[in-house]
Write a protein that binds this ligand. Sequence first.
Ligand code: PNW
Length: 452
Amino acid sequence: RAAERSTDASGFPPDFLWGCATAAYQIEGAAKEDGRGLTNWDVFSHTPGKVANNATGDVASDSYHRYGEDIALMKDLGVRAYRMSLAWSRIFPEGKGQPNQKGVDHYNRVIDALLAAGITPYVTMFHWDLPQALPGGWQNRDTPKAFADYAGFMAGKLSDRVHHFMTVNEVRSFSDLGHKSGTHAPGLMLPPRELNQVRHHAILAHGLGVGAIRAAARPGTQVGVADNATFFVPVVETPEHIAATLRATRQENAMFLTAIMEGRYMDSYLTAQGAAAPVVQPGDMAAIGSPLDFLAINVYTPFYVMADDTPSGYSVLPRTLNSPRMPSPWLYVSPEVGYWSVRSVSDLWKPKTIFVAENGCSADDMVTPNGQVLDPDRVMYLRNCLTHFRRATAEGYPLKGYFLWSLLDNFEWADGYTNRFGIHYVDFETQKRTPKLSAHWYRELIRRNALV
Ligand code: PNW
């Protein structure tokens, strides 16, 4: 580990990969163009009352047409990598069956343009926009199979130029926000057994996807998952609270990342669920536990945790009315998560390589009369998080890269366009992009490869 240590107290490892992230439905628009099929998010956003101001992703940031401009923004920032997702319904408008060549052509153009700009694409196969034609959506066991077919098909098309694939984005989010709270598409509030089955299908899609990508892609292609595991921070860094942090991380992610990394459900999870436990078929757990080349984590809000003598051995601390947070009500400011997210997954499961696939925040952007966009709260948030990610690299944890969420303002799911996560401001009337103060800050950080 010592050899990898940066000598400078603010520096990152010399080959650290700086990037930005986006997702298809949030930026592309062009919802009816070139044969794209309908998705669950088209249906959900067009249902009155589901999204703030009844906004939709029909136009979004218009990146389907403006990807060249977006790539130029990244070139100007100096990022070496871009995490993007593919819209499944552009490739298979019905979710399966006949592929749509125009969809493939589009992503070929985007990837070629990225490579021409010296930016390495990291491709997520599924970031929540599920083809509406698939009967029963994630409740149907055929959907993970359809996903694997689509993922294998695209890996075959792209792996001559794309060397890193992520199967799915945030299994917990599209399972639970979509099927438990109902605040995301398809807006269901399922009882526990059915919810657990959706969760099982979500991680099964990941597992079958890994197999299909490996079967179709060129040798050496790197495959992983992007997951927002629920992370924990020990309030006091003593051995007992650190042990509680690891126990909580493993336990609270039992039906998601823990199952993916261990290839089995924890006994305590199955016991606690009882009759509501998911139906698991032979071979499922082996697929779900497929070895990965890297683990990518989306890092936002953790919980503080402490050791105690309850049966689980830990307690999660409640938030208070004054716990600091950003404009998104779920986004609490706990920058120590930068270190503890990386350390927890590393100590528990020893992945060879870790990426941060997302980290960033909503913030109140101030547009000045001369057109500058000032977002000091975002700079504060990012600087704080990166201070703690840097600690993980300095201690030798295998964190190899960081993708900032997000390159530009976009459709923020149920919040529509009311919460902006970009480091480039988008005027949604004109689609004009303006670098915010945070973009200038990020450019300088990348240039120095050190905190600023
Ligand atoms: C992630 N939560 O979603 C997604 O991957 C992005 O598409 C999204 O734009 C970004 O974070 C910001 O929201 C999350 O409620 C959505 O804790 C909700 C939560 C966390 C992440």
